[in-house]
Write a protein that binds this ligand. Structure first.
Ligand SMILES: [Zn+2]
Length: 151
């Protein structure tokens, strides 16, 4: 990373990720509507995504597709923990973030879903810097129904 992470930028980018997440709130079926912003290694926004209508694709996939090679060495902001595994095959978002070469992940809240949970741990185990908890209040509000459905 050629720029220093700043708390102010982190807050601003997580705010943008939450704005994206709200766009499809209630329209993503059983999946929560997640927002994702990708910065390149210089701190420029190179990708943005929200969970697709009906729940696919995931926000991280959309944002990584847009960012392409510019994601390498960059930062990803996500409003919910990137999934560890997919319920229906395919690569999970945590694997895709790793393969894209993302260096740092800022995540609002961990995902209690049994299949998705563990994405943060997988990223940390792979040596990626993860900051969790920024914007957690907004994510808890946004995903209240989703979290309640898992109990
Ligand atoms: Zn995912």
């Amino acid at each position: 990373m050629s720029f220093r992470p700043s708390r102010r930028r982190d807050r601003r980018m997580m705010g943008r990720a939450h704005s994206l997440a709200r766009l499809n709130h209630g329209l993503t079926g059983m999946n929560p509507s997640v927002g994702c912003i990708i910065l390149d290694s210089d701190g420029h926004v190179v990708g943005a995504g929200v969970t697709g209508l009906g729940g696919r694709p995931h926000a991280e996939e959309v944002a990584l597709d847009e960012a392409g090679a510019a994601a390498r060495g960059g930062t990803a902001y996500v409003t919910l923990e990137p999934c560890r595994e997919r319920s229906q095959g395919g690569k999970s978002c945590s694997v895709k973030l790793l393969e894209a070469g993302i260096a740092r992940v800022v995540c609002a809240i961990d995902d209690p879903h049994p299949v998705a949970n563990g994405g943060i741990r997988a990223l940390r185990d792979a040596g990626i810097e993860v900051r969790i908890g920024l914007g957690q209040r907004e994510s808890r509000r946004l995903y209240r129904k989703f979290f309640a459905s898992l109990l």
